[in-house]
Design a protein around this ligand. Structure first.
Ligand SMILES: Cc1ncc(COP(=O)(O)O)c(C=O)c1O
Length: 370
């Protein structure tokens, strides 16, 4: 397929930073610093400073960061954790693997957790709320934190898609007991393989996750319990640290591209757009994805493909409760189910030019006869 607009363009990303990337690889490899070395510690310090927490702990991916954070927070068999079905299956899998029961609630018009539904999902077994900040926009965290404080619940944020997003200047991953980030290659801060991290202000949480990620090893020669191998390797950490310096500029560019989509597509009654970036509003969105709802979605996807535009249907078109094999189909989530009938993500990459956004938008307008 000869794409004119790719959904993600890995070679373009590489070309843009090739020299610095190759120099970093050469330094790390020639020093032989491969596991749990200074580059990892530097990245963790810089990530914590960026998010606004005291600690960050690198992990093999975000799924493991979630799983280990839940365990470190003492969540396990018999506990319930409230989250959403409009998320990657990884979020819910982490709850399952910690031994707890996921309780799925519906989303609101911003495609994030409908915070008005949290209270009625609480039972005597509820231990935590796990908000998922989707598409680079934070959940209504003041509402989440208020319910959590009132009800004595822990909050662990799935910030996989929201590095740099904030509300009134406070960044995702800095609200709850822990925030969990993904550096999967397609993420804004993407590694060259799998990588993740958890952030926290709690020394105890940071130390527990550091131990849990490394077979339960803590003090030299000590193992504090059965655990896992979920380390972030040094080479990926060094490359992530290099890219982290560019992230603020990338976010600015993504917000400009999202604003352009908004200008060109608003007014089309067949599509429902995400909130557009505002200069002075409380929410600062980073547009990890540009997710909308579209009438005749499948025909629109086909037309875009004909025109060389690559799109993606979120999670393949199903919420987590709609995967029969997971045994979660007892949840009734009408807004989530309606979303999946029309959900679509348009290409929005750091490397994209304004003309490409214009081409995508014109193709959509043409499809709807506008
Ligand atoms: C919302 C959300 N949660 C969790 C994950 C899992 O992240 P990882 O692939 O780093 O384990 C992802 C990755 O796509 C995600 O988008």
């Amino acid at each position: 397929m000869n794409w004119k607009v790719r959904f993600v363009d890995y070679p373009a990303q590489f070309r843009a930073m090739e020299k610095e990337i190759m120099e970093t690889i050469r330094t790390v490899l020639s020093q032989g610093d491969l596991m749990l070395r200074q580059q990892l510690r530097d990245f963790e310090a810089n990530l914590a400073a960026f998010v606004g927490t005291r600690y960050a702990v690198g992990t093999s991916n975000c799924t493991d960061a979630l799983h280990l954070s839940l365990r470190a927070a003492g969540i396990g068999p018999g506990d319930e954790v409230i989250t959403v079905s409009h998320t990657f299956v990884a979020t819910v899998a982490a709850i399952h693997h910690a031994g707890a029961v996921p309780i799925l609630i519906d989303i609101g018009e911003d495609h994030n957790m409908n915070v008005d539904l949290i209270k009625r999902a609480i039972t005597p077994r509820t231990k935590a709320i796990l908000p998922v900040h989707l598409n680079g926009r934070l959940c209504n965290m003041s509402a989440v934190m208020t319910v959590a404080e009132e009800q004595g619940l822990l909050v662990i944020e799935d910030s996989a898609q929201a590095l740099g997003a904030s509300i009134n200047g406070k960044r995702g991953g800095a609200f709850g007991l822990a925030g969990c980030f993904s550096f999967y290659p397609a993420k804004m801060l993407g590694s060259f393989g799998d990588a993740g991290a958890m952030t926290t202000n709690s020394k105890e949480m940071a130390e527990k996750v550091m131990s849990l990620r490394d077979h339960g090893r803590s003090a030299p020669g000590e193992v504090s319990g059965w655990s896992f191998n979920c380390r972030l390797d040094n080479l990926q950490a060094a490359l992530l640290d290099l890219k982290l310096k560019r992230l603020p500029a990338w976010i600015t560019h993504r917000r400009e591209l999202a604003a352009l989509y908004h200008r060109k597509l608003s007014g089309l009654k067949q599509i429902y757009l995400p909130p557009h970036p505002t200069k002075n509003g409380p929410y600062f969105d980073v547009f990890q994805n540009y997710e909308l709802e579209a009438e005749n979605r499948d025909r629109l996807v086909a037309r875009l493909k004909e025109k060389g535009i690559e799109t993606m249907i979120t999670w393949g078109g199903k919420g987590v409760h709609q995967f029969k094999s997971l045994g979660l189909d007892h949840f009734n989530l009408p807004r989530t189910e309606r979303l999946f009938q029309g959900v679509l993500m348009l290409p929005l990459t750091t490397e994209m030019a304004n003309e490409q956004i214009g081409y995508v938008a014109d193709t959509i307008r043409d499809f709807y006869g506008a």
